[in-house]
Design a protein around this ligand. Structure first.
Ligand code: F0G
Length: 422
């Protein structure tokens, strides 16, 4: 299996030479499909199949769990926190396994079926493995997953087990395991569904298509997205460029990638004076374990998309992530830690003057609140510590109260709380 060019080593991308579409007609068809009960039309990925035409749909099976269809949610409290007039979240946590990986995995797993594979594999910080386990199981393939031992959230590990994945917890970090498994894949022919698989990125690019369809094709000024292995921003950039080339849109939104400060090699590179050498972070650290990645494979693609769109890269601390996450929770929306990096990063970009308060901003929440309940409980009860052991302040903490089995005393507690919150 080939993931990279044998000559230059760059990751491959899927291209459709000569693709041209009747834009008004296709936009109308996409709208009509929302009324359909056909599985492919109900998928928020395959509904846009004209833009991902790598399968012959009459002959090939598609693995779909009705992924996509994720909402755009306006969040005034979060907007106030970031000091912007308005903010919209595209919440990928509403996907079948609770993250944006499902948009990609339906394409990756379908390509696996097309190739007649029995087994598919991935290395993951948790969400890719949960997603791949589900799609492989649904399609009748065996999922094999490699995880950094001790550094993924329990919710994600639980999903992999429940979906029946063969689960290997390796005593190494994500970057080390990915290097190991790339060698293993070459030796054993096992098919990798990491984001270096170009078919997966084809699915993820439809997140941008669906977002624009939901906005009646009004292009936002900024798309804010967390960055780990940098596949997602690469997919977004590719999708947006294709939409521009096909004349679905007339300009590109700017891409802002937010990294956790302890795992921010792209930030370092983007802001270095000469950009002569990309330096991996050897021991990446962050409680946002989804983006605990020091040597992202898709960094060249990501750089291309960010610079092409006039975008930027920001980094945020553990405290900033934790607070932003609690604010997103208070909006009634909620997300996992990595996703909250978007709001934390946006706040900094606004303070720096890079993003203007009146601009039209869509931030992508990549994972569901319930992915990492342990983090939430610790934050709200004042027990959350950074990887180096410093206590994170629970600035928006909301600890539960233990009360006796006594109506009078509970009434008194309620009154006390009400007066505190008034
Ligand atoms: N947000 C969440 C919730 C993620 O799970 C990931 C990546 C990212 C952001 C970053 O996306 O890697 O495309 O830049 N999770 C991968 C995984 C690495 O294995 O689940 P990226």
């Amino acid at each position: 299996m080939l993931y990279a060019c044998p000559r230059c080593g760059s990751l491959l991308a899927v291209e459709y030479p000569g693709l041209s579409l009747d834009v008004p007609a296709v936009k109308r068809i996409w709208r009509e499909r929302r009324m359909s009960n056909a599985p492919l039309d109900q998928s928020g990925v395959w509904r846009y199949r004209e833009l991902i035409p790598f399968l012959d749909l009459d002959r090939h099976r598609v693995a779909t769990l009705r992924e996509g269809n994720t909402p755009l949610l306006s969040a005034p409290q979060a907007a106030r926190y970031a000091a912007v007039d308005a903010l919209t979240f595209k919440h990928q946590g509403f996907n079948p396994t609770g993250s944006f990986k499902d948009n990609g995995m339906t394409c990756g797993a379908s390509q696996g079926l097309r190739l007649g594979l029995r087994r598919v594999a991935c290395v993951s910080t948790g969400n890719t493995s949960a997603s791949m386990a589900a799609y492989a199981a649904a399609a009748g393939m065996t999922p094999v997953i490699f995880l950094p031992h001790g550094n993924i959230s329990f919710g994600k590990l639980a999903q992999a087990l429940e979906y029946g994945a063969l689960t290997l917890q390796v005593e190494a970090n994500f970057d080390q395991i990915l290097a190991l498994v790339r060698v293993l894949a070459e030796r054993t022919g096992i098919y990798l569904l990491n984001s270096m698989n170009p078919f997966r990125l084809e699915g993820q690019k439809t997140i941008m298509v669906e977002m624009l369809d939901q906005r009646d094709w009004r292009v936002p000024d900024w798309i804010v997205v967390p960055g780990g292995n940098l596949g997602n921003v690469s997919a977004f950039g590719k999708g947006l460029r294709e939409l521009l080339a096909l004349a679905f849109i007339d300009r590109l939104p700017r891409l802002a990638v937010i990294q956790a400060a302890g795992s921010a090699p792209l930030y370092d590179y983007f802001h270095s004076a000469t950009r002569d050498q990309f330096r991996a972070v050897p021991n990446p650290e962050t409680l946002a374990t989804a983006i605990r990645i020091g040597d992202p494979v898709s960094w060249p693609k990501a750089m291309h998309e960010i610079t092409d769109s006039g975008g930027t890269v920001e980094r945020v601390t553990e405290q900033e992530i934790a607070d932003a996450k609690a604010v997103i929770g208070r909006c009634g929306i909620g997300c996992e830690p990595a996703s909250a990096a978007t709001l934390a990063g946006l706040k900094k970009l606004v303070a720096a003057g890079t993003v203007k308060p009146g601009q039209d901003i869509v931030a992508v929440l990549t994972g569901n609140l319930l992915k990492d309940p342990d983090y939430i409980y610790r934050y709200h009860t004042g027990q959350l510590q950074t990887p180096s052991g410093a206590l994170i302040e629970s600035r928006f903490g909301n600890a539960p109260r233990v009360v006796p089995n006594d109506a009078d005393r509970i009434a008194a507690v309620l009154e006390e709380i009400a007066s505190l919150r008034a």
